[in-house]
Design a protein around this ligand. Structure first.
Ligand code: ZN
Length: 130
């Protein structure tokens, strides 16, 4: 993570909890009652709820970097149920747990069903008129 300096700058300029040097502590954070987590020697990006909710949204570009770096908010989007197609048996990721057919078979199935429906209808009509 080479961009930590940009996060530090954002904290310095926009974080309401960042008070600079205070009580003899450099980069003092009033929430931590100690140094701001972004100014630790650690290379990894720290987590700070106040920063994520109140400071980060002011910098759209940095926010995108931050979320892609730690995959914040993407855990749920990828959780699609794996289902075996009832028709061809192929495994596919369904959009809902009621989906029974893969994309290829869904169209074929709909076609066949409507064909069958039409045949039935014509037959019953003939029965009536004859
Ligand atoms: Zn299928």
């Amino acid at each position: 993570m080479q961009n930590k300096n940009r996060f530090k700058r954002l904290v310095k300029n926009n974080c309401a909890c960042y008070l600079g040097a205070k009580h003899g502590i450099p980069n003092y954070c009033c929430l931590q009652d100690g140094p701001c987590v972004f100014f630790s020697q650690n290379d990894a990006l720290p987590r700070c709820t106040y920063f994520e909710n109140g400071v980060l949204p002011t910098d759209e570009k940095l926010e995108r970097e931050y979320t892609s770096e730690r995959n914040v908010g993407t855990e749920f989007k990828t959780a699609k149920p794996r289902v075996n197609c009832t028709r061809c048996g192929e495994t596919f990721s369904a959009n809902s747990n009621r989906q029974k057919y893969c994309e290829k078979c869904r169209d074929k199935n709909a076609n066949e069903k409507s064909k069958l429906r039409m045949r039935q209808m014509r037959k019953s009509r003939l029965d009536v008129t004859l």
